[in-house]
Design a protein around this ligand. Structure first.
Ligand SMILES: *Cc1c(COP(=O)(O)O)cnc(C)c1O
Length: 417
């Protein structure tokens, strides 16, 4: 039997050999910024130079009182939890479906992660969160998965009702909004990654945002000891005498990374607008195809489109397994189509099944198992992720991706049996 499908010997839709997607967009201006910084200073101990410029720019962009730059998103999360006074034994409700670094810093503080399931979008489900609140619950942490804001008003309501904290991991969602308000401004504090592929990239870096002065000062004590603490904590602060050592961790960002992020931040809204156009185009065309459900955001939420998350529905394609469908698209040339691996339900990872060998003090404190979070596992298993391009000149490639999807869904019968 012959088939048009490339997997079965036909001609692939996409034959471009060059990279299909690259991020972040580095320009001559980026190079100039980095070289300028290289000549100026490559080690900054206080809130000056490019550190102050980027923190000020982030404060303006998000409309918050304080920003603290860090060496990574993981470090920002660690500082956020420490600054919010998470203690050993505290129960922290976290998404079962997130990147594990949302949660791993909590383990270093001895806190107990209480996983909660997601909704059909892959975002934290407020109803499941509500069921898991106990008298030991200290905070709820939400990740805006793949850039699409979670149901922050319901989560905020729960946090207020139970007098607990809402904290955000906005590492996918720089510039995403709910009713015009930016992700990262809904809780007591928010942490962002600025790692390579994130919507706002420093190459490596992170930041923490908060309106709360005490959270800010504690974040400085956690990861930015000595000069920043001596300069920025008010001398009458109850912890000022610890300014030299702080809590002794060093989470400072590299000035060259800060200069990259400062350059990128100047273009973030333009990048997001470009992504929005292309994501809308992709969703319109892909959602019409059998076997594919594109996200439905409505008018109140704007995503940063860190990824376009399609849900595969094998029942609409005669039970064709997702793996086979995915392979067929790969062979059609959709090299950027991905089935995310490390961003997966946390209950599938050994660390959340048996933390004891790595964290002896957490031995027996929690033990998750496959099957514990059916929705997270279903969403994860059926996720096909596309990057979202932002330039008009990417449109022909975007259209050929759509064409490849159309071709495979039209000929899916050839892949059965
Ligand atoms: C990338 C990421 C992190 C970790 O950030 P790093 O900068 O890589 O340390 C944490 N949470 C989420 C949701 C992420 O995507």
């Amino acid at each position: 039997m012959t088939s048009a499908l490339a997997l079965l010997g036909g001609k692939p839709v996409i034959t471009e050999d060059t990279a299909h997607f690259s991020w972040p967009p580095l320009t001559d201006q980026t190079v100039k910024a980095v070289l300028g910084q290289l000549n100026e200073s490559i080690s900054i101990y206080d809130r000056s130079g490019v550190i102050a410029q980027l923190e000020d720019a982030l404060r303006d962009y998000f409309g918050v009182r304080h920003a603290v730059l860090t060496s990574s998103g993981t470090a920002a999360l660690h500082s956020m939890y420490a600054a919010c006074r998470v203690r050993a034994g505290d129960e922290i409700i976290v998404p079962a479906y997130t990147f594990f670094a949302t949660v791993t810093p909590l383990l270093h503080l001895g806190a107990v992660p209480v996983l909660a399931d997601c909704d059909a979008d892959g975002n934290l489900d407020p109803e499941d969160v509500a069921r898991r609140i106990t008298e030991r619950t200290y905070a709820i942490v939400v990740t805006h998965m793949w850039g699409t804001p979670a149901d922050v008003s319901a989560l905020r309501g729960l946090a207020d009702e139970h007098d607990i904290r809402l904290l955000e991991d906005a590492s996918h969602a720089h510039g995403a909004t709910v009713n015009g308000r930016k992700a990262g401004t809904f809780g007591q504090a928010a942490a962002f990654s600025m790692n390579g592929p994130k919507p706002l990239s420093a190459g490596e870096g992170g930041c923490l945002l908060t309106d709360d002065d005490d959270t800010y000062h504690l974040a400085l004590l956690h990861g930015q000891y000595n000069k920043r603490c001596r300069n920025e904590l008010p001398p009458e602060h109850r912890l000022y005498r610890y300014a030299v050592t702080g809590m002794g961790l060093k989470h400072r960002i590299h000035p060259l990374a800060a200069s990259i992020a400062l350059d990128q931040l100047g273009h973030l809204d333009e990048h997001l607008a470009g992504r929005e156009r292309i994501a809308t185009h992709l969703c319109e065309h892909l959602d019409d195809l059998p076997g594919i459900a594109a996200p439905q955001l409505g008018t109140d939420r704007r995503s940063s489109w860190y990824g376009l998350i399609l849900q595969y529905r094998s029942d609409e394609l005669g039970g064709l397994p997702v793996e086979r469908f995915y392979n067929a698209l790969q062979v059609e040339g959709c090299r950027e189509l991905d089935r995310p691996g490390s961003t997966s339900p946390l209950n599938l990872l050994p660390l959340f099944q048996e933390p004891g060998p790595l964290f002896p003090e957490l031995e027996g404190k929690f033990s998750y198992r496959p099957g514990d979070f059916p929705r997270a596992e279903m969403v994860h298993n059926n996720t096909l992720k596309l990057p979202v391009w932002h330039r008009e000149e990417d449109m022909p490639l975007v259209d050929s991706y759509i064409e490849a999807f159309r071709k495979v869904t039209e000929h899916y019968g050839d892949l059965l049996g």
